[in-house]
Design a protein around this ligand. Structure first.
Ligand code: FES
Length: 106
């Protein structure tokens, strides 16, 4: 089991083989709508609601090495910490790999 971030509840997202490069998914955990993207060896998990107008992003967002760009009005958010324009911040979640499984901390 994962032992860092003890304050988090870790949910199993299945085997890494189910998450090939370029995967985009929207998952629901209770009331939380979470977008998960795999780009190369990097995973990014975030609240799938843009802080600008609370619209979903994951399906149509533009991704580059550093950022995710909202498809609605073009705001960009840092994929490391979720920071965006005008002091906004996209809520992010930690992702870990463990024993060929993918986990998200909620
Ligand atoms: S809803 Fe995302 S930039 Fe406007």
């Amino acid at each position: 089991m994962i032992d860092d971030h003890d304050d988090l509840r870790w949910e199993n997202l299945g085997p890494l083989s189910d998450w090939p490069d370029g995967t985009r998914r929207r998952l629901q955990f209770g009331a939380r709508e979470i977008g998960i993207i795999r780009q190369g060896e990097r995973f990014f998990a975030f609240k799938d609601r843009c802080p600008h107008r609370n619209l979903p992003m994951v399906a149509e967002a533009t991704i580059d090495e550093e950022s995710i760009r909202c498809p609605h009005h073009g705001w960009s958010f840092c994929m490391d910490d979720g920071s965006g324009p005008e002091g906004s911040c996209l809520r992010t979640y930690p992702i870990r790999r463990h024993d060929d499984q993918l986990w998200i901390g909620l």
